[in-house]
Design a protein around this ligand. Structure first.
Ligand SMILES: Cc1cc2nc3c(=O)[nH]c(=O)nc-3n(C[C@H](O)[C@H](O)[C@H](O)COP(=O)(O)O)c2cc1C
Length: 211
């Protein structure tokens, strides 16, 4: 298998300065709707980048659960590696790899923790088994075998058999207050379109970047 031979042309469309909205959120929402309409797998999946105290970057996929003017929202375990890194350094990077549409969107910003009320609202909307799953896993900690998780799941399923599953104190979410959003659309002959929005005092600057 010669990896260097895997390449293709990107021909689905272009992005022009005069078609861009003033606010990146509105273009993001249009692209998200198109990603859903195109039946991309996991259209809400984003690669989340954080750094540890040595400046070592880490990435993992997380699902976007909400977005509005205030930011991009995701949920996770507050004892996890990403949450400890974000507690030290709230700077974060999000990447939506919509390559089925020959697109990617890159967001930078800083996180704030969601209120317990917001977390509670989302947690109570999850299927019961997912709620129980949240109780089972102390995300990113070392475990000896899968059986530990399965045993704990059964134990928790019995414990919460009747009534609501309470919100675990270690479960929470973040809102990414975004200060830049870059849209990438593949183009023929590697002449891709890239536009970078950066937050300014009142509004957004927009620059075309070389591909
Ligand atoms: C498609 C997909 C969706 C995921 N969604 C989430 C999510 O919404 N929240 C989450 O904490 N982890 C999610 N994960 C697991 C993370 O990628 C990661 O393994 C976990 O959060 C632990 O990361 P950390 O040790 O860097 O904190 C998802 C993984 C995949 C592949």
């Amino acid at each position: 298998m010669e990896l260097a031979n895997y390449r293709r042309e990107y021909l689905q469309g272009g992005l022009r300065r005069n078609s861009l909205p003033d606010n990146p959120l509105s273009l993001f929402e249009t692209w998200m709707q198109q990603a859903v309409a195109a039946n991309l797998e996991d259209p809400t999946a984003m690669v989340v980048g954080t750094v540890d105290e040595r400046g070592q970057p880490y990435q993992r996929i997380v699902l976007l659960k909400h977005v509005d003017e205030r930011g991009f929202v995701f949920y996770t375990n507050m004892g996890s590696r990403k949450a400890s890194q974000l507690a030290q350094n709230p700077r974060i990077s999000l990447l939506f790899p919509w390559h089925g549409l020959e697109r990617q969107v890159h967001v930078t910003g800083q996180v704030e923790r969601l209120s317990t009320l917001d977390v509670m609202k989302y947690f109570s909307s999850r299927p019961k088994d997912s709620q129980i799953g949240a109780w089972v896993s102390h995300q990113s900690s070392r475990i000896s075998a899968r059986g530990v998780l399965e045993g704990k799941f059964l134990e928790m399923k019995q414990k919460f058999a009747n009534g609501e599953v309470p919100l675990p104190s270690f479960w929470g979410g973040f809102r990414v207050k975004f200060d830049s959003v870059e849209f990438w659309q593949g183009g023929a002959n590697r002449l891709h379109d890239r536009f970078l929005y950066q937050r300014e005092q009142d509004g957004w600057s927009i620059d075309r970047l070389a591909p």
